[in-house]
Design a protein around this ligand. Structure first.
Ligand code: NAP
Length: 407
């Protein structure tokens, strides 16, 4: 942060307002040359009155501008924007975490925009029905200019970058697309932040899949990465991009290394939801067996509603940092299935078949995280444990099928 960033910010705002250097100069009472010098970062002195003048002429938040110029620490500006309400932009709003995070931020008084891609995304209507206060903006992590436009339109205080090709098996089928969206998409968003407002706080949805063939147990922020899938190495790229933009440009950019988190809103393609949905369909008499892949991999599973609180808490700190978010317990997929079938009074062994067709080309065998840093620094802790999580998901799926159970 400093006068170069200040210069970049006023130049961007001036261009957006379709104002020439001469027009801006006239309005703030300076020469055109002075404006040019400010924009190049060559003026090192900025009085509070002049800062206010730039902010009001260009429609910028004076506290944010002061922070960019190096007057205030990030925490001084974190409280509110000029309207008294913070604004957040969430990419991946149509995904599991997007909806939980939007609900959480709205409950905290935020104005929340969700970024949607495509001409007509049917999931947008579902999210809108679930969260009426949510607003939408167009954008695609593949399209740099759309991200800049989304940021200019929404002027967010905080960005939560949840958008990704996130289903690991798909990442082997479409590795280049996964790299483009899940990896390079992060850099596109970071560049958009740098271009529009470097004071914006940024959260990157990193993943325990980066630990892959784990180097130590349990995994912490210091555990080396050893990704085992195109998804894993794309996430590692996005993680390092986030760290690098923090270190290179002083962006308030955080990476949350989240272990698996589930909920009744989990996509049907993911194994946990495939199991709970399968259980409900078996109870409803719609299917008679459940075909899964390898049952032995161990995962550290938590509840998505708990994990979005950690995302938010990271962006409220004085300094940007990276945090592991995990439950600290690990279970096999077989254990998940055992609990899910038991919740409706059934024995999983009578219904589940493992088919190598669904095995991953390279498996991640054991994930278990240590969230000590998040617990200490963010005051975060999970509220839903493994048995309750499984039961919650089964009950929601059974209710959708409209059947009663003996569980
Ligand atoms: P999800 O349900 O799979 O949602 C992914 C989201 O990304 C969808 O809203 C999708 O939107 C969006 N998306 C896909 N391609 C895009 C593109 N080109 N531009 C913009 N958006 C795009 O994922 P989730 O479970 O909510 O997870 C949220 C984030 O956390 C993801 O980045 C995921 O990799 C990461 N993560 C998740 C977990 C977990 O256990 N859930 C753990 C660690 C990290 P469409 O509707 O347009 O397809």
């Amino acid at each position: 942060m400093g006068m170069r960033e200040f210069g970049n910010t006023i130049r961007t705002a001036r261009i957006k307002a379709e104002m020439s250097q001469k027009m801006l100069a006239d309005r703030v009472g300076l020469s055109r040359e002075s404006i040019s010098n400010y924009e190049r970062g060559e003026v090192q002195v900025l009085s509070p009155a002049m800062l206010e003048m730039f902010a009001s002429t260009l429609g910028l938040d004076p506290r944010n501008l002061a922070r960019i110029a190096g007057y205030l620490s990030p925490s001084d500006t974190a409280a509110t924007n000029s309207s008294g309400m913070k604004t957040a932009l969430i990419t991946g709003i149509t995904g599991q975490d997007g909806s939980y995070l939007a609900e959480f931020l709205i409950s905290k008084g935020y104005k929340v925009y969700g970024m949607v891609r495509g001409q007509h995304n049917p999931k947008q209507e579902l999210v809108q029905a679930m969260i009426p206060a949510l607003e939408f903006v167009d954008g695609d992590l593949l399209d740099q200019s759309s991200l800049v436009a989304a940021l200019e339109i929404t002027q967010p205080d905080e960005i939560y970058n949840l958008g990704a090709i996130s289903f690991v098996p798909l990442s082997w089928k479409q590795p280049v697309l996964t790299g483009e969206v899940t990896g390079l998409g992060v850099v596109r968003m970071l560049e958009a932040v740098r271009m529009t407002n470097p004071g914006t706080r940024f959260y990157q949805a990193s993943s325990s899949e980066m630990f892959g063939k784990v180097r130590e147990v349990p995994q912490t922020e210091l555990t080396p990465f050893a990704p085992r899938s195109p998804y894993g190495f794309a996430k590692a790229y996005g993680h390092y991009a986030t760290v690098n933009y923090r270190e290179s440009y002083g962006l308030f950019a955080c990476s949350g290394i989240l272990f698996n988190h589930e909920s009744p809103r989990r996509g049907l393609e993911f194994v946990t939801r495939k199991i709970t949905n399968g259980v409900a369909r078996i109870v409803a008499g719609k299917q008679h067996e459940l075909v899964l892949g390898d049952l032995q991999p161990q995962r550290d599973w938590g509840y998505a509603g708990d994990y979005v609180r950690a995302m938010w808490a990271m962006l409220q700190q004085d300094d940007a940092d990276d945090y592991v978010v995990a439950s600290g317990a690990t279970h096999t997929i077989e254990e998940f299935a055992t609990h899910a079938f038991a919740a409706v009074g059934l024995d999983w062994r009578e219904y589940v078949r493992s088919d190598p067709k669904f095995y991953r080309p390279a498996e991640v065998n054991l994930l278990i995280g240590k969230a000590e840093k998040a617990e200490r620094a963010l005051g975060w802790e999970p509220t839903v444990d493994f048995p309750h999580l499984v039961r919650m998901m089964v009950e929601a799926d059974v209710a959708k099928e409209g059947v009663t159970t003996q569980g």
